[in-house]
Write a protein that binds this ligand. Structure first.
Ligand SMILES: Nc1nc2c(ncn2[C@@H]2O[C@H](COP(=O)(O)OP(=O)(O)O)[C@@H](O)[C@H]2O)c(=O)[nH]1
Ligand SMILES: [Mg+2]
Length: 273
């Protein structure tokens, strides 16, 4: 029997997952975009998606509000072929994935992973150096023994990412993964292909992928869900961005320097055989 398409939505904190889902909801939920995938019925309990969508429309960042977010599943359909993919979102905060890195195994991740045969994996655009600065690694800290208060947040994000990918590989082997580097609007000026950027900046991660996954199972996408950096707008005034939003030319997917306003493309690729 042919296995149905079950995709797991993966990413550590701050990799643009909620922003992508907000844009996705705002752009795709009325079914009028003409993009490759469309909702195959709207999910129940869509209040959280709804609220992420209105933040996106209002050009407001997603704050880490304590609003209850729970696991959910959305079903998408290919507009041309009619084939269907279920997207499982274990939680919106990325907390579940953190538990894996602490050698915990949240039962719902086990459950979703078992069912899944495709992965959409969000990555941050920043280099390690920037994270080091954020976490104050260069401050005058005494060497500490690991203690029971050890927090996953102290691990370099790109090490967390490799650990997470290892965990997935050990469970699922060489399956199809769409890697999505968020905030691509900030990296596009570099003029690099997304894959080239990964290779240059994150060689350890890139090598892991090349060694464990077949080329045809992996694709790299740049994603700009917001279409801009709200804190550094340049000439993208609020009015200009509203205009782009209305025209469907704000959020985009990129392979490097191009813009494809169909943000369903990574999932559409996962859906292909
Ligand atoms: N420049 C830019 N910033 C973004 C984009 N998407 C998200 N961000 C910012 O990245 C941060 C983390 O995004 P969020 O969606 O909350 O990540 P999550 O923790 O993975 O859900 C927020 O400050 C967002 O405003 C984007 O497309 N472009
Ligand atoms: Mg989030």
């Amino acid at each position: 029997m042919e296995q149905s398409n079950q995709c797991l939505f993966v990413g550590i904190q701050d990799t643009g997952k909620s922003s992508y889902l907000g844009a996705f909801w705002a752009i795709e939920s009325d079914g009028q975009s003409g993009h490759a995938l469309t909702f195959n019925g709207l999910p129940p309990n869509s209040e959280y998606l709804e609220s992420l969508g209105s933040l996106w429309l209002q050009q407001e960042p997603v704050n880490r509000s304590p609003m209850n977010s729970h696991e959910m599943e959305i079903c998408l359909k290919h507009r041309d072929t009619g084939s269907v993919i279920n997207l499982a979102i274990p939680d919106f905060k990325g907390e579940r994935f953190k538990l894996i890195l602490q050698n915990d195994r949240p039962s719902e991740i086990d459950k979703w992973l078992k069912k899944s045969n495709k992965i959409i994996f969000f990555l941050p655009p920043l280099r390690e150096r920037v994270f080091n600065e954020e976490y104050g690694e260069n401050e005058n800290q005494e060497a500490k023994m690991p203690d029971k208060d050890f927090s996953v947040d102290e691990i370099e994000p790109w090490i967390q990412i490799v650990e997470l990918l290892k965990f997935i590989y050990e469970e699922k082997g060489d399956i199809k993964i769409a890697f999505c580097v968020s905030k691509w609007d900030e990296l596009m000026p570099k003029g690099l292909k997304v894959e080239k950027w990964i290779e240059q900046e994150h060689l350890f991660f890139y090598t892991y992928i090349k060694y464990h996954y077949s080329n045809s199972n992996v694709k790299f996408y740049g994603v700009s869900a917001q279409g801009l950096n709200y804190e550094n707008r340049g000439d993208l005034t609020e009015a200009k961005v509203s205009e782009l939003t209305e025209k469907g030319k704000r959020a985009y997917i990129s392979s490097g320097t191009d813009k494809d306003y169909d943000i369903t493309k990574p999932l559409a690729w996962l859906l292909e055989d």
